[in-house]
Design a protein. Sequence first.
Length: 391
Amino acid sequence: MSRIYTKPQSPPPAFEDAKNTRQKVRAAGLDPNYWYPAEWSKDLKAGEVKEVVFWKRSIAVFRGEDGQVRAIENRCAHRQLKLTTGHVEGCNLVCPYHGWAYDGEGRVVDIPHSLFGRKFPKFKVPDVPVQERYGIVWFFPGEPENAAKVKLPEIPELEGPNAWSQIPVDGTWSAHHSMIFDNVCDFTHAYLHRKFRPFVDADLLKYETVGDAVYLEYDTKVGDGQFNKLFINRKRVNVDHMKLGYQYPYQWSNTDDQIKHWLFVCPIDERTSRSFFIFFFKQFVIPFTQIGIPKTVMKAFLPAAKQLTVKPLLAEDGVAVEAEQEGWERHWDAPLAELNPVVKAFQDLTIRKWEAYLATQRDPSLSQLSTKPDSKRSSAEPQGSEGETNA
C-alpha cells in the first residue's frame, strides 16, 4: 500500500541531513577548486568592477586601466564595506568610505588620511586567481595554490584564426545548479521546446561514468525547428545523433563535429545560478542550397539567430528550472519519480565530488587534485607584526 504524501512543513534538508539522492544533490555545492565563469570579457571594461558571488562568497572582479583583470575578496579590511561599491583607480580598487586602496593581491596600498603616528599598516584581504580565455573572465574560488594545477577544458574551435562562429549567451536563474545540469542532459523535456525543436524523438543509446565525467549519446533529430534546419547541410552533417558530457563541473554537446556547445555554471547560492553557454558552429549554409555562408556573413547573421531562437529557447529552460526550484522547496520530501538514468548519473557525480571536497575541509591531507576514480556504468589594528595581516 502506497503511503499518502503530506507536504513537508520544514525547508529542504542540509546536505548532511539529506536522506536520498535528490535531497543530497539539491543541497550540494560545486567544488571551488575549479575555474568558474565570472563575466564575459567584453562586459568588463577597463576601470570597471563587478561583484561575482560563488556559493554566497562575494568577490570583487575588476579590470585596471592597464587592461589586466584582478580579483579580491569583496570587503574592505577596515569596516567591511563591499569594495564593489567603490571604484577603480589606476590598477587599484578604492573603498568609497575612507578611500583605502587595494591592489590585485588584496593588499592595502594607500590610505589617504592620517595614520596617527603609526607605520603604514600591512593589511590584506584574500586575492582570487583569475584568467581570461574563450571570451570569459574566469576565477578560481578554491585554494589559490591549486589554481596552476587545474586546467580549463581545451576547446580549440573557440580560438585562433580558424575559430568557429559562436553564439555566447548567459542567464541568471533562481534554481540550484544541479537542476540546470539535469535539464541539459535529459532530452525527455523536448515537449518544453516543441516550438523551437532543438531536439526531438530522443532515444538514449548509452551512458557511462568515467572518473569525474559522465558521457552519453542520443539518437535524436537535432536542429529540427523551421528556422534552424534551413541553415544546416543535412546531406553532409549527421543531425540524427548527439554526444554529450558532464565533464565536472562543465557540460558539453557535440553533433557530428559540426555543431557544439559548452555550458559553464557559477553557483551563486543554494537557489541561484548563472549559466554561461557558448554555442559554436563549423559552418551554416545558404537556405535551400549547399553553399556555405562566409564567416564575415556568419558574424553578422549569428546575433539575429541569437535573438530569434537561442535566447527564447533558453528562456523556456529558465522558466522551467525556476518552477522546479519552487516545487522542490514546497515538496522536497515527495516520492522520487525519475525515469532517465542519466539524471541520476549526473547527480551521483555531483554528490561524490561535493562529499570529497567536504572531506578535504575536515582533513586537508585528503586533498588530491589528480585523483582518478574508477570507471563505472551504469581587526582594525595590525597584530604586532611587520608581516601582512589578513584582515
